[in-house]
Design a protein around this ligand. Structure first.
Ligand code: ARG
Length: 467
């Protein structure tokens, strides 16, 4: 039986009927739907609508539906079910008879879908935070293993200053840890239960909303039935957070692609994550990285699609809201698949430390440290900058580096130059001079590794506690 056919005289146009269904994609909410329905059934019993026997039979029926779906995926191939809510009602009636129709007493699909989606987003946040902890763990391991290896850091994609390879890897960890925190923040705000909101005005039966919320692990109940049934902020917030995460992954991928090119040769692409060319026998292409970068486009697109779908809707529920599901699922699926692959790639990649080191030693990346030498000897910063700039200019003309200039040439630029200037230009000294928290001095990076490990550990623990 349809969920709403009473007032209709004509059947639906068959093409329209098929087209408006959502079961092909909302079937994945079955587990959430069964949990929420069980909570509702208990509230109905407490409100005196169901007898104890009816409650038991409904709860058993719901459990059986879950078991059947887990055992036999084709159980879900139901071409009559309009959506997951209709499917459960149909199956329940098939299993336990007309009592199954009592489950819908006092509730509306509008509050059900709002609840199912919150349960889905909450569980997905926990999974994603777990995956982020894993990825950050790999990045920190790599940072630790690379110890004192140096590389150039760029600004404007021009060589700027040398940094430790570990320092650069930790920069990505910071981004991903922020993403994990944003997800947690989103989780906090969304963890309230719409059950009992009815279609728009609130349930028509005296249901205990707090115990329904408690039994589903929500922190509380939504405050307003109109808002609760029309609100998809939590989906938008979640999907936008995923866009930021995807954007970080895309920047990461872009940088790795650059660094893997022959022009940089900073890293060797792992064969397990690369493919060849059907035409050019010599090729090894960074496919994983390119797909990560490419998929960020659809993730961003999903966030835009959702914003546009919701922006013109009057309160409260409108069927347009059904359209928020697929972009949500697509973004979360895409990221859940991608994160472990990125972690695998990061574990397997081989850094060409020698080449990075060489690059870190050339290209005047010690110029600012050289100016700092003068500043420490009392020269005003602007003047120091200008004198070192002049020295760089001389080097460019001669095709040499700052350390190749003779002391008397330097003294002619500034009397503050002395023999120990040459020590200040050495790579180790240049790294060491950045000795502030968050800087690349080796001691600071070692500290940062320890600190980051602690952050990852608590992220991991939080994610596990929820799972
Ligand atoms: N499949 C619907 C959705 O995802 C469920 C809610 C239907 N509510 C209604 N009043 N037609 O939005």
């Amino acid at each position: 039986m349809k969920m709403w056919s009473g007032r209709f005289r004509q059947p639906l146009d068959p093409d329209f009927e098929r087209w408006q269904r959502s079961f092909s994609f909302d079937r994945r909410l079955l587990k959430c739907e069964l949990m929420a329905s069980s909570a509702h059934a208990r509230a109905l019993k407490a409100a005196g609508i169901l007898s104890s026997d009816e409650l038991i039979s409904i709860l058993q029926g719901l459990k059986q539906i879950g078991e059947k779906a887990a055992e036999l995926p084709s159980f879900l191939d139901d071409d009559e079910a309009e959506d997951v809510h209709h499917f459960v009602e149909k199956q329940l009636v098939a299993l336990i008879g007309e009592t199954g129709y009592k489950l819908h007493s006092g509730r509306s699909r509008n509050e059900q879908i709002a609840t199912d989606l919150r349960l889905y987003v909450r569980a997905t946040i926990d999974q994603l935070r777990h995956e982020l902890a894993e990825l950050c763990g790999v990045l920190v391991d790599r940072a630790e293993q690379t110890a004192d290896a140096a590389m150039p850091a760029y600004t404007h994609l021009q060589r700027a200053e040398p940094v430790l390879l570990g320092h650069w890897l930790l920069a990505y960890v910071e981004m991903f840890l922020r993403d994990a925190e944003r997800l947690q923040d989103c989780r906090k705000r969304m963890n309230v239960c719409p059950l009992g909101s009815g279609a728009v005005a609130g349930a028509t039966l005296p249901l205990d909303r707090t115990s329904m919320a408690d039994s589903l692990g929500f922190e509380g109940t939504t405050a307003n039935s109109i808002d609760a049934t029309s609100d998809r902020d939590f989906v938008l917030e979640f999907v936008n957070t995923l866009s930021l995460l995807a954007m970080h992954l895309s920047r990461w991928a872009e940088e790795m692609i650059l660094f893997s090119s022959q022009e940089y040769s900073f890293l060797v692409l792992p064969e397990a994550y690369s493919t060849g060319s059907s035409a050019m026998p010599q090729k090894k292409n960074p496919d994983l990285l390119e797909l990560v970068r490419g998929k960020s486009g659809r993730i961003l697109g999903n966030a835009t699609a959702l914003m546009v779908a919701v922006k013109g809707l009057p309160l409260a529920y409108n069927k347009d809201l059904q359209e928020t599901q697929e972009p949500l699922f697509d973004s979360s699926d895409t990221l859940l698949q991608m994160l472990p692959l990125v972690a695998g790639w990061m574990k397997a990649v081989e850094f060409n430390k020698e080449r990075m080191h060489q690059a870190a030693e050339s290209g005047f990346m010690n110029a600012w440290a050289g100016a700092t030498y003068l500043v420490k000897r009392g020269v005003a910063s602007r003047i120091a900058h200008e004198r070192i700039g002049k020295a760089v200019q001389m080097c460019i003309e001669r095709g040499c580096e700052l350390q190749d200039l003779a002391l008397d040439e330097l003294k002619a630029l500034s009397p503050a130059f002395d023999q120990d200037f040459y020590d200040s230009l050495k790579l180790a000294a240049v790294l060491a001079v950045h000795d502030v928290p968050g800087g690349t001095a080796p001691g600071r990076v070692r500290q940062a590794i320890q600190l980051t490990r602690k952050k990852i550990e608590s992220l991991r623990e939080e994610a596990h506690a929820h799972a």
